[in-house]
Design a protein around this ligand. Structure first.
Ligand SMILES: C[S@@+](CC[C@H](N)C(=O)[O-])C[C@H]1O[C@@H](n2cnc3c(N)ncnc32)[C@H](O)[C@@H]1O
Length: 281
């Protein structure tokens, strides 16, 4: 094939480069072209015969995508909760099911209260940013063990004008937070260390994915700290097969309530734990 020139030819060229790498090469090629020029789907239809420019950089994007690098890392943009965020290797690409964690959290907090909300494992910052938009009186502390993730969160927090409301701290779980906490929200790493993952996941940080030999060790360590500090509310994402283990773990403790929720595919995906003021067992 001669060098592609028009948009239509570039789509065909990109799709053939992605053949055998992604499940829908043509669709992925269109997404790549749209992301590269920051255009919508209509632009693709209207501009089929347009001769493209900046194609040297476009070739680099295609090469990276053909190595199965996620488009979000290449474009440095990710859409979540109908908003656009900055993303880069070093922080997890937000997943659609995490929107449910936000919805569940919002159902259990009072927007009029001046709460101290701690997010454990803030990553790119998406959860705290959306919650801060909905909870105007709450103060947030975003903790992460990864300094790279914290840099990415900081960029998003500044971009959304929330620097005064979301404080960032480097640390393990709640160790860097000494003040009283009203709510902990977390999407912790919960995949078992030995799990064999799809190749595109290799671009995401191990610290964001792997939660210990069973996968639920970080969740259990977080439960310990939340119970010890008697934080009134914990909302937490988890693996689809971790409900029984979490229930069994919590059966040794005195809690007020424990409710699990499912994701869009019907898999168990998270829980909401309420803790009374009384001493845990
Ligand atoms: C699954 S990612 C979630 C990122 C972001 N909150 C989201 O939902 O897209 C988990 C995050 O927890 C962080 N993390 C892992 N272990 C941690 C620990 N022990 N203490 C604090 N953060 C931790 C990782 O660096 C990563 O940013």
């Amino acid at each position: 094939m001669s060098d592609p020139s028009t948009l239509k030819e570039w789509i065909v060229f990109s799709a053939s480069a992605l053949e055998g790498i992604v499940s829908e090469p043509r669709h992925e090629a269109e997404l790549l072209l749209r992301a590269f020029y920051n255009k919508d789907a209509l632009w693709l239809i209207r501009n089929e015969m347009t001769v493209l420019d900046d194609t040297q950089r476009l070739r680099q994007w295609i090469t990276r995508r053909a190595a199965n690098e996620p488009l979000e890392y290449i474009s440095q943009r990710v859409s979540f909760y109908s908003q656009e965020f900055f993303i880069q290797q070093g922080a997890l690409i937000p997943r659609p099911e995490t929107e449910l964690l936000i919805e569940k959290t919002l159902l259990h907090v009072n927007p009029d209260e001046h709460l101290c909300i701690v997010e454990v494992g803030i990553g790119s910052g998406i959860i705290s940013i959306i919650l801060a938009q909905h909870l105007p009186h709450a103060h947030f502390i975003g903790v992460d063990i990864s300094t790279e993730a914290l840099r990415i969160a900081q960029r998003n927090i500044e971009c959304f004008g929330l620097k005064e409301r979301i404080e960032l701290r480097h640390g393990n779980l709640l160790s860097s937070v000494n003040e009283p906490i009203d709510v902990v929200v977390s999407n912790p790493p919960y995949i078992a260390d030995t799990a064999v993952l799809e190749s595109n996941l290799s671009y995401e940080p191990d610290t964001a994915l792997f939660g210990g030999s069973q996968g639920d060790e970080i969740i259990k360590a977080l439960l310990d700290e939340v119970l010890q500090r008697r934080v009134a509310l914990l909302t937490c994402e988890m693996g689809y097969d971790q409900k029984a283990a979490i229930e069994a773990y919590l059966s040794d403790f005195k809690i007020q309530s424990l409710e699990f929720y499912k994701d869009y595919s019907g898999f168990d995906r998270g829980f909401i734990m309420k803790v009374t003021d009384e001493q845990t067992q």
